[in-house]
Design a protein around this ligand. Structure first.
Ligand code: SF4
Length: 325
């Protein structure tokens, strides 16, 4: 399958002034050399604890934050990491983002119809009031709402309905690629599956490609074709979803998986409890950055940094751990 997105050596480093008396500058390495590709029509799940850099990574791809020099992001065959805003704008329509709180950045005084109308107008999607209102009805219908919702205000919607509106807003500009940033994390479990089913239906009907970000492997299981696991700004394992869930190789993936019940895999798993907390992006440990928390760390792990290397011939399963290198 063709690639829609290819990311290599992506870094987002930024200076921060330390809070101490010296006020010296340090570098936060939120994303620290990430490479992966997304294939047309698939869903790549991206999972890791809060603070691992996954949201910054998503934002860097759509250029809401600027990637550091030397990062490469190729989208639909074009290098976009260093494009100026003007050149990037037409491509921006092709890639949309859905957020955990879709209404966080919206004007509470606009109805949903007015808000969608604005998006359609700014991007020149429809011309004239009639075509715009038809398109708004069509968008609401696509996400399982109907035209009556167009005259309602954000505060009149439940969490699940808000996310449906967030999805309608993303769809308004006819994107091919959507980054879903924890779109169901704030919702009840029963509503989560409704939204995930909606995203799957839209993917099938509209040929969409997703990068689906979550902090929990159980959320991405049902929607992902492949899954990447992130730790401290890097990908530590990436594989087809079936392989990753049945045969995780990285000790961090194994620990994350051990925390969720998976009766269908009939895997006898004991809960692996990790020591300590996730270090911050200002204090990434030397060698393998996971070594202070890794239950099977070796001496070498303190000194040598593992690379993300293929485990098999077709390189579909890649792991960054010295146990396999
Ligand atoms: Fe654990 Fe060492 Fe593998 Fe890192 S390289 S995950 S510390 S075994």
């Amino acid at each position: 399958r063709e690639q829609i997105l290819s990311v290599s050596g992506l870094k987002v480093h930024f200076p921060v002034r330390s809070s101490g008396l010296s006020g010296s500058k340090q570098v936060a390495k939120a994303v620290n050399g990430v490479s992966f590709e997304v294939l047309k029509g698939e869903t790549l799940g991206l999972v890791g604890e809060s603070g691992c850099g996954k949201t910054t990574l998503g934002r860097a791809i759509v250029r809401l934050v600027q990637p550091s020099k030397g990062s490469r992001i190729v989208f639909c065959g074009r290098e976009i990491a260093e494009l100026g805003n003007k050149e990037f704008r037409p491509l921006r329509k092709e890639m949309q983002m859905i957020f955990q709180d879709p209404f966080g950045s919206l004007n509470p005084r606009l109805t949903v119809g007015q808000m969608l109308g604005e998006v359609l107008k700014v991007h020149g999607i429809t011309k004239g009031t009639k075509a715009t209102s038809q398109k708004i009805d069509e968008l609401l219908d696509r996400v399982g709402l109907n035209s009556e919702y167009a005259s309602r205000y954000p505060h009149e919607f439940s969490g699940g309905q808000r996310q449906r509106v967030g999805i309608a807003r993303a769809l308004a500009v006819n994107p091919s690629f959507i980054i879903c940033d924890e779109p169901v994390s704030a919702l009840d479990v029963s509503i989560q599956s409704q939204i995930i089913n909606l995203l799957k239906d839209l993917q099938r009907d509209l040929g969409l490609t997703y990068l689906f970000i979550a902090h929990d492997l159980s959320v991405v299981e049902y929607i992902s074709d492949r899954v990447a696991v992130m730790y401290l700004g890097r990908i530590v394992e990436i594989a087809d979803a079936g392989t990753l869930y049945a045969n995780p190789k990285h000790p961090y993936t194994q620990a994350l998986l051990s925390a969720i019940p998976m009766p269908e895999l009939d895997r006898k798993h004991e809960r692996i409890v990790l020591k300590g907390d996730l270090p911050g992006p200002l204090s990434i440990p030397e060698g393998c950055s996971f070594h202070p928390r890794c239950p099977v760390a070796m001496d070498e792990c303190r000194r040598r940094e593992p690379e993300l290397l293929p485990l098999n011939d077709d390189s579909s399963h890649r792991v960054s751990c010295l146990l396999y290198q």
